[in-house]
Design a protein around this ligand. Structure first.
Ligand code: PMP
Length: 344
């Protein structure tokens, strides 16, 4: 039994301090040591608990929020769940504008947590009045006393990870971390964590994971938003069709793009090899690690920390459904690096 077993006043006290778990089997053919920061251990099962709590408590500290006020957010699901969870405990109303790309399970979960959910079309531009950004903005203007979390354009998103995820990783690796690999959606996780780690050791290499169909990698390289980079993709929560100000591009050394299919297969492979039932972007993050290893990024001295952002239970009707995988044409394993063939 642990010495520090205790009783908590609410689930909010369990946010953060997530475990760092060594990956032993999936990394067999790779040089270096690899550790997953498993964010599914947060009470809302994702890394987004950290920003929901931090941003709402900052608003309280500044006297912006009073009991009974409304909190509004745009979200692919995880931030919504975390904002809804924090709102329940703190007594706020929660309104969420979500993309139609989000899984039904995620939307049902948000409603279960008491949130009012607006489902908005995924494949319209950010300035279209039907987009979830515009819907959230309009509701924020209409509802008096509301706070708009605005995770893509809120610097506090970076600060939340600077104050929590970064210090935790530094402590857990006893300052020996050499690489940080993290998916980039809003960019808050990678930017805040990297900012802290690079302050401790500027040599820590920071690698962002992006999707084919997203502008982030090209923007990082050219400082221009190339509309030709934008097309639909299946991974939820990573990559973007605009440039979020919650991403500090200067602190990221490089981006790696991963495919929908390989990321899905890799997530399934993580479950079978490491017993870790994680979400789609965790598969994407490890797929990126495999590609980096092939490029010779790591040596035997590398200590690589990979953020696994959320839990697999949120993807039962997607990557963990054989029917869905087949519908997407993801049963082809020809180009998979290191994965076993999957029987359908
Ligand atoms: N993975 C998942 C499942 C997410 O929901 C998000 C958030 N959009 C990310 C990765 C990326 O994290 P961040 O927004 O901090 O870049």
């Amino acid at each position: 039994m642990k010495e520090d077993l205790k009783v908590y006043n609410s689930i909010l006290e369990l946010i953060g301090d997530t475990p760092l778990i060594k990956l032993n089997r999936i990394t067999e053919n790779l040089e270096g040591d690899f550790y997953a920061k498993v964010e599914a251990f947060n009470p809302g099962h994702s890394t987004k608990d950290r920003i929901a709590q931090y941003i709402i408590e900052e608003a309280e500290r500044k006297g912006i929020l009073k009991p009974g006020d409304t909190i509004i957010e745009t979200t692919s699901g995880n931030t919504g769940f975390s904002v809804a969870m924090v709102s329940v405990i703190k007594g706020y109303d929660c309104i969420l504008a979500v993309s139609s790309k989000s899984s039904k399970d995620k939307i049902d979960m948000l409603r279960t947590m008491g949130a009012k959910v607006y489902v908005c079309p995924a494949n319209v531009s950010a300035d279209d009045p039907r987009s979830y950004y515009q819907v959230a903005k309009r509701l924020h203007q209409e509802i008096k006393g509301s706070v708009y979390i605005n995770q893509y354009f809120n610097e506090l998103n970076i600060d939340a990870h600077y104050k929590t995820t970064g210090p935790e990783i530094w402590k857990q690796t006893e300052g020996k971390v050499t690489h940080l690999v993290a998916c980039s959606g809003t960019g808050g996780t990678i930017s805040g964590t990297a900012r802290y780690l690079k302050e401790q050791n500027p040599d820590v290499k920071v690698i962002g994971i992006d999707a084919y169909g997203s502008v982030l990698k090209k923007y990082h390289e050219t400082k221009e938003l190339d509309p030709n980079e934008i097309y639909p993709y299946r991974i939820e929560g990573l990559g973007k069709n605009l440039i979020p100000t919650a991403t500090d591009f200067d602190i990221i050394d490089k981006f790696v793009k991963v495919t929908d299919s390989e990321s899905a297969h890799t997530a399934r492979y993580i479950a079978r090899t490491e017993g870790l039932f994680v979400g789609y972007t965790s598969g994407a993050a490890f797929q990126g690690v495999k590609q980096l290893a092939e490029e010779g990024e790591f040596t035997e001295n590398s200590k690589v920390v990979i953020i696994f952002p959320d839990h697999g239970s949120r993807y039962m009707s997607k990557i963990y459904s054989d029917d869905w995988m087949q519908e997407q044409g993801f049963s082809d394993t020809e180009n998979l690096v290191g994965a076993e063939p999957i029987e359908f």
